[in-house]
Write a protein that binds this ligand. Structure first.
Ligand SMILES: *Cc1c(COP(=O)(O)O)cnc(C)c1O
Length: 428
């Protein structure tokens, strides 16, 4: 195996001057500098899995460690820690079209999904089904299946064509026996993005609850829970919100439902009098009842800078750049990669697409490993044959898209990926 890197061998391929011009007129260009970038040669296209580190988060976490933990110790709970997850929830609220007191940062996306799915099922006694689709993130399907088993319900997984959401199939599956419909807003593989309002209306037509997972859309795709009439939602903060590896997730419960539904993980953080230490659980009113236990303060604090950056840039500008970037990506792929056996495995119309694009290729695994190891392009691989490329509007440039595609092209033209097809790694 040779070890030389493939770096920008085709700097003036068709489309390059277009990219330079788009970067020069990009209204979000100044945000690139707000993120740590230790290697200008690295083309990072996995911000939909782990967002880059915002520079401001470094000082923030440093202060939490040194002053709040190191110096103030347990006094810090009364100096902001106890309510930080509510304050950050209120900060996140406008990004998803929610009001103050409707969002908290809490636990992981998986645990929040369990809590809210169980809450919904208990709120529709006598109903027998939970409905989802086969584009959902498999872990979400495992959790919905777990909830269905705990409560003795059936999980119905509506099949799709692998790219587009099966809206017709969902409308046939949702009926008077359905307690809950739960879907990914932007699906993790193809990037298909549901019409949140239309599908919420489908669920409500049968008086079922809707629970959206916005992990792959929040911070990249405009979301308006209020105008779509959404009941319940969850989402990651470590993807397009740049909150840091394993940063706690968020959950949303529409105000009118908060006291009507209950959190099945009844811990002291959701108690009306947590320091009364009585043995009977008394839920506190409002969104705080969806808490269970002590928050991880270091990773919770780190979420704030990413939220500030998204609020500063504004969701309309973020979406506009996301669409232009992905349209450019697709046009470059058609030109330079389709002749090498790649196919677009995402919706081509941007109305139905989030901020990542999937490319199908028979040798996608070897190509992913080769471009990471030899061309400093980082996408990820989704079995069996997908390269997934995330375009993060706050820090991905048009020239990076251009150069990234040229590097992929050279790796495949030179057959370098053939050296990597059998090398396995744990996290793909
Ligand atoms: C990333 C992602 C998750 C991750 O859940 P964790 O609990 O943080 O591991 C869940 N659901 C969807 C749809 C995701 O995209």
């Amino acid at each position: 195996m040779t070890s030389e890197l493939v770096l920008g061998q085709y700097p003036v391929a068709t489309g390059y001057s277009e990219a330079v011009q788009a970067d020069e007129t990009d209204p979000l260009a100044r945000f690139r500098d707000e993120f740590v970038n230790t290697d200008p040669d690295l083309i990072y296209m996995d911000g939909n899995s782990l967002g880059r580190l915002p520079k401001g988060a470094i000082d923030l976490v440093d202060a939490v460690v040194h002053q709040q933990w190191g110096d103030h110790l347990i006094r810090s709970w009364n100096e902001g820690w106890w309510t930080l997850q509510l304050e950050l929830g209120d900060k996140l609220a406008p990004i998803v079209g929610a009001s103050d007191g409707e969002v908290i940062i809490s636990d992981s996306t998986s645990v929040n999904l369990f809590k809210l799915a169980a809450a919904a099922v208990r709120g529709r006694p006598g109903r027998t089904k939970i409905v989802t689709d086969d584009l959902n993130f498999p872990s979400d399907v495992y959790i919905l299946d777990g909830v269905a088993r705990v409560f003795g319900l059936e999980l119905v997984i509506v099949p799709s064509d692998g790219i587009y959401g099966p809206v017709q199939g969902l409308s046939e599956a949702i009926d008077a026996d359905t307690a809950l419909v739960s879907l990914s807003h932007t699906t993790f593989k193809s990037g298909y993005t549901y019409d949140m309002e239309a599908v919420t209306a489908l669920a409500h037509h049968s008086d079922a609850f809707i629970l959206w997972d916005t992990s792959h859309s929040v911070g990249a795709v405009p979301i308006d829970f209020a105008s779509a009439g959404v009941d319940l939602a969850v989402g990651c903060t470590y993807k397009y919100l740049n909150g840091g590896p394993g940063s706690p997730a968020f959950l949303y419960v529409r105000k009118e439902l908060q006291d009507q539904l209950g959190n099945p993980i009844t811990g002291w953080w959701g108690h009306a009098d947590p320091f009364g230490f009585g043995l009977e659980f008394q839920p506190i009113d409002g969104i705080r009842r969806y808490h269970s236990g002590t928050m991880p303060m270091l990773s919770l604090a780190a979420v704030e800078t990413g939220l500030d950056t998204v609020l500063d840039a504004g969701m309309d500008a973020i979406r506009a750049k996301s669409v232009t970037l992905s349209e450019y990506f697709i046009s470059q792929t058609e030109l330079h990669l389709e002749p090498l056996g790649f196919q677009i495995a995402s919706p081509v119309d941007p109305r139905w697409r989030g901020s990542h694009v999937s490319l199908g290729h028979e040798e996608a695994y070897g190509i992913t490993r080769a471009i990471i190891e030899r061309a400093k392009v980082i996408p990820d691989f989704r079995a069996p044959d997908n390269l997934r490329l995330g375009l993060s509007p706050l820090y991905t440039s048009f020239v990076e898209v251009h150069t990234g595609i040229q590097r992929i092209r050279e790796v495949v033209e030179r057959g370098i990926h053939n050296e990597y097809g059998d090398i396995t790694v744990t996290v793909t």
